[in-house]
Design a protein around this ligand. Sequence first.
Ligand SMILES: Nc1ncnc2c1ncn2[C@@H]1O[C@H](COP(=O)(O)OP(=O)(O)O)[C@@H](O)[C@H]1O
Ligand SMILES: O=C(O)C1=C[C@@H](OP(=O)(O)O)[C@@H](O)[C@H](O)C1
Ligand SMILES: [Mg+2]
Length: 198
Amino acid sequence: MNAQFPAPADAAPAPQRPVVLIGPMAAGKSFLALHMSKFYGYDFVDADQVIVSRHGVIPKIFAEHGEKYFRDLEADTIAEVLRDPDHANAIFSVGGGAPMTPSVREMLRHELVAYLKVDTETVLPRISGNRTRPMLQPDPERRWQELYEARRGCYEELADITLDGTRNRPVAEIGADLEAAITRLRSGAPDTTQEVQA
Ligand SMILES: Nc1ncnc2c1ncn2[C@@H]1O[C@H](COP(=O)(O)OP(=O)(O)O)[C@@H](O)[C@H]1O
Ligand SMILES: O=C(O)C1=C[C@@H](OP(=O)(O)O)[C@@H](O)[C@H](O)C1
Ligand SMILES: [Mg+2]
């Protein structure tokens, strides 16, 4: 939840901050962040891509070092991106499990956070047979549901903006909603995004 928005009317403009995209696996966070860079000119940063570029693919990190090691890399990466002025204009997608790490959750409380909400009908076809997300093994559909139930409260609590990614909505529509919400919040108006049914 963001402490800087809206700024008091008489305050100097706050320096620009990234917008952090959270939500469950395969909601389309990375896809949406890339879309926002192409269509609206934001910097694109994806925490998993940074980790992979430095440490190799995620299944191998989990297999060789375990989840805790990955979570530490993830938390360090997120902290680094958030303090980098070069990424102040980023739409920053983070992995679905990132907000479950207490230090990450604490960082995100001070940032502008958009939660990409999806329904099972949208997401299950995207993860069926998935072998690249270690947290979904060995039964992606069942594991996705379990993790979603365990994590959804955390996503809801952090969200300044809730994006409707249900019914397989096209990324262009979700992106337009995100752009409108960012503009609204940065201008100091309250977010009027309607809660969606998942
Ligand atoms: N709005 C969308 N419409 C159709 N397919 C999508 C949409 N968003 C994501 N996808 C597809 O779903 C898959 C997972 O998306 P991804 O961005 O990797 O999710 P996340 O980063 O949330 O795990 C990708 O193959 C992507 O092409
Ligand atoms: O939810 C999780 O625990 C994970 C989500 C993945 O990212 P996406 O949410 O982008 O798929 C990736 O960080 C890793 O496989 C763990
Ligand atoms: Mg992703």
